[in-house]
Design a protein around this ligand. Sequence first.
Ligand code: SAH
Length: 245
Amino acid sequence: MNNKVWLVGAGPGDPELLTLKAVRALREADVVMIDDLVNPQILEHCPQARVISVGKRGGCRSTPQAFIQRLMLRYARQGKCVVRLKGGDPCIFGRGTEEYNWLHLHGIDAEIVNGITAGLAGATNCSIPLTLRGVARGVSLVTAHTQDDSELNWQALADSGTTLVVYMGVAKLADIRQQLIKAGMHADMPVAMIENASLPEQRERRSTLNQLLDDAQDFRLKSPAILVIGQVACDSQVKLDQLSA
Ligand code: SAH
């Protein structure tokens, strides 16, 4: 695995949700560069490696992307096996493909290792099926946070009949609620707020589009959290069974 950069998904937090391939890369790593949403417990798989924290939390002190990329390049050019550990899946709001392309452009072999994305793990841990026969025929993973402030096509999302999983939405709840109601989504559409999915600190709160702001405030919703918006997020399994019957 030498002289290669592995862009590895570390999963949502539960160390048991790592893939075997991720563990193999960690075991062989000389250098591990770790994002802040990654559970440090998984470093038990790479006691031999030099570990560098390169967190980039929105709004906080962060390591510039260009610096991270240069660091990966430097170690790879020294012939080191580099693992870049990212929360969830590297290619779901994780810039995995961007880094992969950049490394290839600079002549470095890179490989992406999938991880379980937070939306999947959060829904499953709260017994929410993201797709359900007769209820939700698809799922849309979206982020409410864009670098250029461009808007999502809320109308298309509201009309799609798919379950919406919103990443990075905590600071944008009012906007999400307003846009979806404006696009014709029912005010009583179920919403699940899931914080710290798959970790011992996981918390969840069921709400509706209408009640979202009050309930989020009452619940003191904090990042990292995802929202699951759709009929599948109604809080009673019995209701779900009826819906899909
Ligand atoms: N690549 C990651 C997402 C990175 S974007 C993945 O596939 O999961 C960061 C956002 O992911 C957070 O703001 C939050 O919305 C979500 N997130 C990451 N880990 C989470 C967790 N354990 N619980 C809930 N949301 C999480």
